[in-house]
Structure formats: structure tokens, C-alpha cells
Write a protein that binds this ligand. Structure first.
Ligand code: FES
Length: 163
């Protein structure tokens, strides 16, 4: 068996173990599903398919229902994210004060469309609706750090803080 296959099996088993531990902590009931998914997401950075299967089995709920809950909430992800996550406000108030130009600059700088993660796993770009910070738009949030009144010219310096 190749090393890559062994590593993949270990990751799959780890995802199942993490999911099982979360179910044991909260209880195998549908009412605790969001808490269970949140725990797995926090521990692994996202919710792998194997974790969804394990939760589905332990809660005796169809995998499609578990997936639909996991996909609904912004705080949860079923795909691995990059080391740094850029949240970009795509709502109209930010858009009209330079958000469009900023979005183009981010996309050009990182070569990413919203929802994508860079091939090196460094960046994930996500578009979001109003972040409640319209008075300082355009706004981006990187790993929880808020940047307001951002111009395309400031972007390289901001991104460099995460190198
Ligand atoms: S529209 Fe961008 S923060 Fe409100």
C-alpha cells in the first residue's frame, strides 16, 4: 500500500473518530446536530465526507439531511479551506463605494473566484452579504481581522501581513 493511500485512510479514520466523539459529547439526537457539526468543523477545519457519513449513521438520519444542514450555515464548511480566509462584502453599499474595484483586485492578486481555495492551500476567498460595517465600506475580513475603507492600492500590504 502506498504512503499516500495510507495517509488518506488515516485522515478518513480520524474524521470518523472526531465525528463519533462529537456525537458522544452532545448525544445522538437531531436536536444536537448543529453542535455536533460545529465541533467537527472546529476540530478539522471543515466537515469531511467521512464525518458526514459517521454522523448520519449514528443519528440514523439520511446523509442528504446532514449535508443540507452542514451546507446551510456559513460558519460550517464541507470543503477544506485555505490557511487564511478572506471574506469579501459583496452587497450594494460596499459595491458602490469601491467594492467592485476591490473585488477585482483581490481576484487578480490571488487568482481566485469567490468560493475557491488557492492550489497551495494558502487562501480561500468567500463573498458574503452585508457584514454590518457599511459605514466603512468596502470591507474585507481576513481570519477575523476587519479592514474597512480598503482600496485596491492597500491590498498588497494587507495580504502581506499574512505571509
Ligand atoms: S454592505 Fe458591506 S458591510 Fe454592509
Amino acid at each position: 500500500m502506498s504512503v499516500a493511500i495510507q495517509e488518506k485512510q488515516i485522515l478518513c479514520q480520524n474524521a470518523r473518530d472526531v465525528a463519533r466523539a462529537a456525537v458522544e459529547r452532545h448525544g445522538a439526537t437531531r436536536e444536537e446536530l448543529i453542535s455536533i457539526l460545529t465541533d467537527v468543523n472546529e476540530e478539522l477545519g471543515y466537515i469531511p465526507a467521512e464525518a458526514l457519513e459517521e454522523i448520519s449513521s449514528l443519528l440514523q438520519s439520511p446523509r442528504s439531511q446532514i449535508l443540507s444542514v452542514a451546507s446551510f450555515y456559513r460558519m460550517l464548511s464541507t470543503k477544506p479551506k485555505g490557511q487564511h480566509v478572506i471574506l469579501f462584502c459583496g452587497s450594494a453599499p460596499c459595491h458602490v463605494v469601491g467594492g467592485r474595484e476591490l473585488r477585482e483586485a483581490i481576484q487578480s492578486e490571488l487568482g481566485l473566484e469567490p468560493g475557491e481555495t488557492s492550489a497551495d492551500g494558502r487562501w480561500t476567498l468567500e463573498a458574503t452579504s452585508c457584514l454590518g460595517l457599511c459605514s466603512v465600506g468596502p470591507v474585507i475580513i481576513i481570519d477575523g481581522d476587519i479592514y474597512g475603507n480598503v482600496t485596491p492600492e492597500q491590498l498588497p500590504d494587507i495580504l502581506a501581513r499574512y505571509e
